[in-house]
Write a protein that binds this ligand. Sequence first.
Ligand code: FES
Length: 161
Amino acid sequence: MGHLSMVAKKTINEIVDRYKDEETPLMLILSDIQKEYGYIPLEVQELVSERTGIPVAEIYGVVTFYSYFSLKPKGKYVIGVCLGTACYVKGSQQVIDKFSELLHIKPGETTEDGLFTLDALRCIGACGIAPAVSISGKVYSKVSVNEVPQIIESYRQEAQK
Ligand code: FES
């Protein structure tokens, strides 16, 4: 969002107003902002604070506590590698390490070109196909380390279309 545009400010003010009669509106406000923009940078938290009277520290605490909220924009493709028990015993740590190595980012980070975000996930309910990897909603089953380069490449190509 960079410096907040007039439009962004207006939208955020509208979101805040939407919940002005709620006793505890913060989660509702932040959820709507996350949905609208995909992340909640500090300057937006400051604006929400100004409008609601809720201290920035409290808002920041909520944004950083829940992994659903994000302080930074995510990549075009979000790669989630499950590190739940079933996936872990089938080698998902090596799979996430390979993504990390090839993309030069750690879990939680986004590549400089904005293409990929790498996330470590808890069980995503697909233990039967462990290790499971979810990329922007598509689930890959029984992913091996050897498949990782090819998976990344397919998304690089898709991005160029
Ligand atoms: S542990 Fe990975 S899907 Fe359940």
